[in-house]
Structure formats: C-alpha cells, structure tokens
Design a protein around this ligand. Structure first.
Ligand code: ZN
Length: 615
C-alpha cells in the first residue's frame, strides 16, 4: 500500500504538470466505460525505445504483457523491451510501469502522464483489462492486422480507476443449431475479451446435433452430429434443403479452446442439455428415452421436442459418464445443465416414470424434473463443481446449490434471488441477440423483436423489486446468441455486435447509464470493430420508424436514430429524403395512405441508409 501511495503522489504531481499538448488530442472513448476516467492534457507516446518495467517474473503475467507487444508488432512494427526489476528504481525514467497494487479482483488503475504510463493491477485479469483499455486509448490503427505507417502511438494523459460491476460477464453461442469453426470461436473470444467479457457459455448439445466428442459414447459424434437436412427459412416453412448437416469439436480442439480462452481470462462454461433438448443423443442411444417410439431421429427444424431423457438408471449412468469427460475437459467451476423447455408428455405416458413418481412421493412431472436435476446436481457437486441452469430448473423446487440463468423475462431471476440462489440475468427478449435489431421489414430473418440497441443498453439487470440483500445474488449478465437464423459467422457478428457492447457495459461498468455518452463512445468504437473485421450491424446510422397506434384511423410516427448529433430528414411523397427535406423534431400523426421515407444526416451529409414505412 505504501508503494501505491508513493506512486499516486508522484503521479498527482505529474498530472498537475502535464505539458500542454496539441488541442486535437482525441477524446477518450472506451467501451465498456471505466468506473472513473478523467482525461488530462497531453499524451504519452509509445515508440520502439519505450521500456516496460515489471515487478514480477510470473510466466502467466508475462504472457499477459506479451499481448501488448503482439499488437504493437502487428500494427506498429516494433516491440517493447520488458525489464523485470523493481519499477520504483526506475521512477525517473520515461516508460511503462507495471506495478502490483491490489484492491479488488480484476481491477486496475491507469495513470498516464507525458513521461509515464503506470498500470496498477491486482491479478492477471486486471492487468489484461488494463492492456485492453490501453489499446482503446491508442489510435484505432493499433487494431490493424498489418503495419500502419505514419501513426503516432499516442495515449492521452488520463487517470482511470476501473473494476467490474459483476463477476460474471457472459456471452453465449449456440453451436448446435449451426456449427462454427475453431477459428471463428477464437475470434469470438478475442472480441469478448476486448470488452472485458469473461464467460463464454458454449451450447454444445441439442435436438438438432450433438457437438462434443465423448470418448465413451462415440456414436454421439459419429451419428449425433448429423441431421439429415435443415429447414429453410422460418421454422414453420415446411421446406427442407435435403442436405446433411453436421460438425463437432474433438476433445483436443476443446482443450485448445479452453487454453486459448484462459489466456484471455475467459472461462468456458459448457452446456450439456438435460432432461430436454436431448433428441440427438436419443437418436444415437434410444434406450435413454421413455421408449414410446420405434424410431428417433436428430431434429431437422427448430423448436421443442417431446422426446426427452427418461430418468432411469441407464440414463443416469450415461449422463454421469458424459459429465466425467466434460469435467475433465473444462476447468470451469460452473457446469451448465440446460434444464429448459422439457415437455412432460413422454413422462406422463411412461410406466417407469409414473412408478418413479409414486415411489419417490412426488406430486407430478414437474417435481420429477426437479428430482432429475437434483440427482445430477449431487453428482456434479461430488466432483467439486456447481450447476447452473435456465429458469425452468425452478419448477418443482430448485436444486440446493444451483445457480439460475434467467431467460424467461425477469421472473425466474427474481424468484431465485429471493431464495438466495445466485442468478445471471439473460432475459428474453432484452438480452436475446437473435432478435431483430432494426425494422424487421428490411432485415434478414430473425426470431422476433425488435430488441433495439437502446432497449438493450437501458435494461437494468438488477430488478428494483429486490431488497439490497437479495440484489447481491445477481452475479452478472449474459447475451444469448441462438443460431436458428445465423448459419454463418458473418450473420452471428451482424446480430451480436454492436448490441453486445451494451450488454458488456452493463456487466462491467459502474459508471451508470448515459445513453448519449454511450452513443458517442460507441461511434468511435465501431472504428475499432472495423479494424478487427467484425461484421457488425450498421443500424446505428439508420432512422428507426415506429408507427404507434393513435386512433382507429391514424397512427403516430416516432422516428429515432442512435448516431449522436444526427438530424432526421423525411418525406411523405415517396421521394428520397435529402438534407433539405423536412426536419423531424417531434412525433406526428399520419392518417392516410402514405409512405414515410427517412434518413439521418450530419453536416448536410447522409450517414446511413434510407428507411421507409408504409401506412
Ligand atoms: Zn420414462
């Protein structure tokens, strides 16, 4: 602590004496917003001679510092010398100083003056996040993949104190409805980590495909990875492509990804669905079902299927074997057991299930589901791990140590927190990234919505009805990416970003909500995503026309745009809006057959695309 105080004093003097710098020093724009961030005058310039003084020799921490050099090597064409010595002995020199001075897990401080860039960190994650923040303080060019000529690597002078709002900051990806390559998963994790998101919830088993190699049950991937065809368009279309679809991750690949993620301070939480969403496994091993049908096949469209695991010894043996391998592969303390959308029809007809309900003195099939999950929880707990499951694990009574991932609105999350179970908020539709983010009429097929960027940003994951004591059980947030209508990596990126920036900010930032400030920072941040070749949705620059019901014969047009300092111009005669068209200021009534066409302009220039709506 004394070391830290000495540094703070030294830095305060330096901040006060920041040399004056060109006024065009860019404004700091970090996503997610740090808890405290004050820009001061001047810049710290990184060049090939800038030394990095570190006070540790730990290989993990050195690996973390190497991320700084990796990026500099790519974009600037040089790396910095890392000197392991007491940074205090070099206090008079110009350089980057990395000092262990703990105050909270994952936290860091940055003090930047023209001569010194000081990072104070408590653990590897804090150091990693400090480096992520430095990347966002540098010009966007730092995110380029190739050498950038003529760039000055300036870090604006500032004082930043930053620590996460929640310990669990998650992003989910369903790799069952559609399968994604290892390369894409690594990029996905990179972009998550850049936003200080630290949990990757990997959805690996489903009705439509089993994606994880299990050595003891080779059929799960030999056969269970495949579906004979896939529904085209909406799940109700009744049209199929006739093409077999498959893909799975070998245990070797899983280990590689777990390691890759861990280096970026991301924990991978595997999800193995039970008792429902089990059709791919049942198609391989029909003895796991209630045995009411002659033939089981991996599902070819999206939805909920009545073929679920039968709670009998064969099934428990199978699941315990599967979890033995899962636990071996994934060091995560939390193991996701699904638990959602389990129809009870098969259990109602199954003599074994009915006898079991009687024998165990259960009230109904909901209590049978709870019994099933509690039995699996005991097994997973016996291996030193905890379970997390979707809301439905509350039905029929929550397993004693379970954590809840609340997706059915906020209800489940509230109930679980009131019962003193830890909760991750991932409510549908507020945090569902498979929902439209703009007018469905001009967007590719999605699950529903729209859930606009602003709606996501403004959602408060801590429900007001909870008491201060109960609020402590909200451990974090997660954005859900179900891939029914995302067959390619490009579509995943389009749906996930930039809305996921808003969720990441809810998970990380303690700075409080400020929509205008967020849009200003986000616009600069989009430049970084461009450099990283993230194919995000550009609806940010487009007007959103909402026709709200007014009277029986009229509607009210409410038009908004996310991009800051933009004006909306519109026409009602079908012509293309220009910078001279009517300026939208307040909502207006529309009562005859008309087409509203609107576009956003800044300094007389159109910034997005024209949107229209017919009445
Ligand atoms: Zn049964």
């Amino acid at each position: 602590m004394i070391r830290r105080l000495a540094y703070i004093l030294a830095t305060l003097v330096l901040i006060a004496s920041c040399a004056s710098s060109p006024k065009e020093t860019p404004q700091i724009s970090i996503v997610p917003q740090p808890g405290f961030c004050q820009q001061t005058e001047g810049v710290f310039t990184i060049d090939r001679k800038t030394p990095v003084f570190v006070d540790f020799t730990d290989s993990t921490l050195l690996r973390t510092v190497a991320f700084l050099n990796e990026r500099l090597q790519k974009a600037a064409g040089f790396t910095l010398d890392v000197i392991q010595d007491d940074p205090l002995d070099h206090g008079a020199e110009k350089g980057i100083f990395i000092l262990n001075a703990g105050w909270k897990k994952e936290a860091y401080n940055l003090q930047v003056s023209p001569n010194r860039l000081l990072i104070e960190y408590v653990d590897g994650a804090g150091l990693f996040y400090a480096i992520q923040t430095i990347f966002q303080l540098l010009p966007d060019a730092i995110f380029a993949d190739s050498r950038q000529k003529g760039v000055r690597w300036d870090v604006p002078c500032c004082s930043i104190e930053d620590a996460p709002a929640f310990p669990y900051r998650g992003m989910h990806l369903d790799c069952c409805l559609h399968f994604f390559s290892m390369d894409f998963l690594k990029k996905y994790i990179d972009i998550m980590a850049m936003h200080k998101v630290n949990r990757f919830h990997w959805h690996l088993t489903e009705d439509q495909g089993w994606r994880l190699e299990i050595k003891k049950y080779p059929l799960l991937t030999e056969k269970g990875q495949w579906r004979k065809e896939t529904v085209i368009g909406s799940l109700y279309s009744g049209i199929y492509d006739g093409k077999p679809y498959g893909g799975y991750y070998s245990q070797e690949e899983v280990r590689e990804l777990v390691r890759y993620a861990a280096e970026r301070y991301v924990t991978i939480i595997p999800e193995i669905e039970l008792p429902g969403h089990a059709l791919a496994a049942i198609a391989c091993y029909p003895e796991l079902s209630c045995g009411l049908e002659d033939h089981y096949e991996t599902a070819t469209k999206w939805g909920i299927f009545k073929q679920v695991y039968c709670p009998k010894e064969t099934t428990f043996k199978f699941l315990e074997d599967v979890f033995d391998e899962v636990i071996e592969l994934f060091p995560s303390e939390l193991i996701h057991i699904g638990g959602d959308e389990c129809p009870k029809a098969s259990w109602k007809q199954c003599p074994h299930c009915q006898a079991l309900i009687k024998r165990e003195g259960l009230k109904d099939e909901f209590e049978l589901q709870s019994w099933f999950i509690q039995r699996m929880e005991r097994y997973i707990n016996s291996k030193g791990r905890q379970i997390i499951g979707w809301d439905e694990i509350l039905q029929g009574g929550l397993a004693p140590n379970a954590k809840v991932m609340s997706w059915l609105g906020e209800e489940g999350g509230i109930r679980a927190a009131q019962q003193h179970h830890e909760v991750v908020m991932s409510p549908y539709p507020k945090y569902y990234l498979d929902y439209w983010q703009a007018d469905p009429e001009s967007e590719p097929l999605a699950m529903g919505g729209p859930t606009l960027l602003r709606t996501m940003y403004e959602y408060n994951p801590v429900p007001e009805v909870l008491t201060p004591e109960e609020r402590k059980y909200i451990i974090g947030v997660e954005g859900c990416v179900w891939t029914e209508y995302m067959p390619t990596p490009a579509r995943v990126e389009y749906m996930a970003w930039p809305r996921m920036c808003a969720i990441a900010e809810a998970g990380w930032s303690t700075a409080g909500k400020d929509w205008d400030g967020f849009t200003r920072r986000l616009e600069k941040h989009l430049g970084r995503l461009d450099r990283l070749d993230v194919g995000y949705c550009k609806a940010f620059y487009d007007p959103y026309i909402d026709l709200r019901k007014d009277t029986e014969y009229s509607k009210v047009a409410v038009i908004s745009v996310d991009a800051p300092d933009a004006e909306i111009r519109y026409t009602l005669d079908g012509s293309e809006p220009t910078a001279q068209s009517a300026l939208y200021t307040i909502p207006f009534a529309i009562n005859r057959q008309q087409t509203i066409k609107a576009a956003a302009f800044r300094d007389g220039k159109k910034i997005g695309t024209t949107k229209y709506k017919n009445f």
